[in-house]
Design a protein around this ligand. Structure first.
Ligand code: SF4
Length: 462
């Protein structure tokens, strides 16, 4: 599975189905292809409702009624086209001798292929291609209490993952021991919630408690108690949060490791402006206005404008009712998407020297199209600044850039890329500056090839 998804769960709180639903709408940016809710019903059975589409299209009033419960797990999903099938929509519900449970995840297990071959040889049958079902099989093969089984199953997985497991009497929140994918604990009226991002807590009036620690399996039980265990020795647990969570994925109103995402992005804009200071001062770089690419680059553009003392203008408008370009699975749809989702504001842009800020360049098609859009409406020049380093290596941790061929910076140096995008100048944020802003403990493998886990058969892509 290659996905960037969102998880929300509420446990022991009346109306948990509504809380999970609103949480999913706050996490919608993490996946727009499918959504689902699993609820423990008063008779102890787990009911699931899920389907393709945005949360508000999939989950209607009658479905919320059917999911009425004080313990609910929700998921929004992004998937590659080959895996975008109904059986892969989460949460999945397992009925087994280990007890019934619902499970959902965000991220990717790097040794899933090897594990599935082993499990199939031992008699397991998989219905989906997803990593949720993989952990479910491992849990069923383990022994002891449900908690013991989860603790025994997890060390067999490698990669980047956050899992949530809901049983009739407990909720488990799990993060991989490198802490690559985010997962947080919140509290509402004495009850606990978990969410991929803290922004979901804010919209439902819950308070942020803490991040789930790398390698932690947190059990929230019926009596409201918390029990924490680690599935590997704590000295093997490291904090390697995905740098792209700050750059692109997370919502600006989320906090990751205590650092607000908007603030972090704004600081990338400060750094980009500092790198241009000499040229702005002596006139080698002429910029009348700063324009950000909506939405994920607006914070960095504001930072640049503030630091450089330039006007920040809305030179590009996003059609908010169209999905995010980077997370659409088919290249042809992605290219169509760029055209439909952005417009340049002619009266703002015409005749101006534009300092354009974008968060990242993956395939290059979006940057090229945006520079073009600005030129078409009369920009005098377009200087492109990127709030992250060049992406030079694939991601095997759940982000849809898993082959070198997809990455334009693999085959182009900065000058070739400038020519390709049509910009008058192009600069990226250097890696050291990105680390100084987001924290030294990061996964930055797509920028520096320093992968924090083994890659198993996926490594042949390198
Ligand atoms: S390789 Fe890049 S996108 Fe993937 S987890 Fe690491 S930093 Fe994030």
């Amino acid at each position: 599975m290659r996905e960037e998804c969102g998880i929300i769960a509420a446990f022991n709180v009346p109306g948990a189905q509504n809380i999970a639903y609103y949480g999913l709408t706050a996490l919608q940016h993490r996946g727009q292809e499918a959504a689902g809710l699993a609820a423990v019903l008063p008779n102890g059975l787990i009911h699931v409702h899920k389907g393709f589409g945005l949360a508000h299209n999939v989950i209607r009033a009658e479905h919320l009624q059917a999911c009425e419960s004080d313990r609910v797990l929700g998921h929004v999903r992004y998937a590659r086209s080959s895996e975008n099938t109904a059986v892969n929509i989460q949460p999945i519900v397992i009925r087994s001798h280990a007890g019934d449970f619902a499970i959902a995840h965000n991220g990717s297990v790097t040794n899933s292929r090897e594990l599935k071959i082993e499990l199939e040889a031992a008699g397991s049958i998989f219905h989906s291609t997803g990593d949720s079902e993989l952990l479910a099989h491992l849990i069923q093969r383990a022994t002891g209490s449900f908690y013991d089984r989860v603790v025994a199953a997890l060390p067999q997985l490698d990669g980047a993952f956050a899992y949530a497991i809901l049983t009739p009497n407990a909720l488990y929140a799990i993060r991989d021991h490198n802490g690559i994918r985010p997962l947080s604990l919140g509290k509402l009226n004495g009850a606990y919630l978990i969410s991929s991002e803290s922004c979901a807590f804010d919209i439902i009036g819950a308070e942020f408690v803490r991040d789930i620690a790398p390698g932690e399996i947190l059990r929230i039980s019926d009596n409201g108690g918390l029990e924490s265990r680690f599935y590997v020795d704590e000295d093997k647990c490291r904090d390697r949060l995905c740098a792209m969570e700050y750059v692109y994925f997370s919502r600006p109103d989320s906090d990751l490791r205590g650092l607000n995402v908007h603030t972090a992005r704004k600081r990338t804009g400060f750094a980009l402006a500092a790198n241009d200071r000499a040229e702005l001062t002596d006139g080698r770089l002429r910029a009348d206005i700063v324009v950000g690419v909506p939405d994920s680059s607006l914070s960095a553009a504001q930072g640049y404008a503030e630091a450089a003392g330039l006007p920040y203008e809305m030179g590009l408008i996003k059609n908010k009712y169209y999905g995010r370009t980077f997370i659409q699975p088919v290249q042809s749809e992605r290219e169509k998407g760029v055209k439909i989702k952005l417009s340049a504001v002619r009266s703002v842009v015409r005749g101006k020297h534009i300092l354009l800020v974008d968060d990242s360049i993956v395939r290059g098609t979006t940057s090229r199209r945006i520079v073009n859009l600005l030129r078409e409406v009369g920009a005098a020049s377009v200087h492109l600044r990127i709030g992250s380093p060049q992406i030079i290596s694939p991601c095997f941790y759940g982000v849809d850039m898993s082959t070198r061929d997809e990455l334009v910076s693999v085959s182009m140096d900065i000058e070739s890329l400038r020519l390709y995008t049509g910009a008058d100048s192009l600069k990226f944020l250097p890696l050291e500056q990105m680390r100084a802003i987001f924290g030294q403990n990061l996964c930055s493998a797509c920028f520096d090839r320093n992968y924090p886990t083994e890659l198993y058969s996926l490594g042949k892509e390198l």
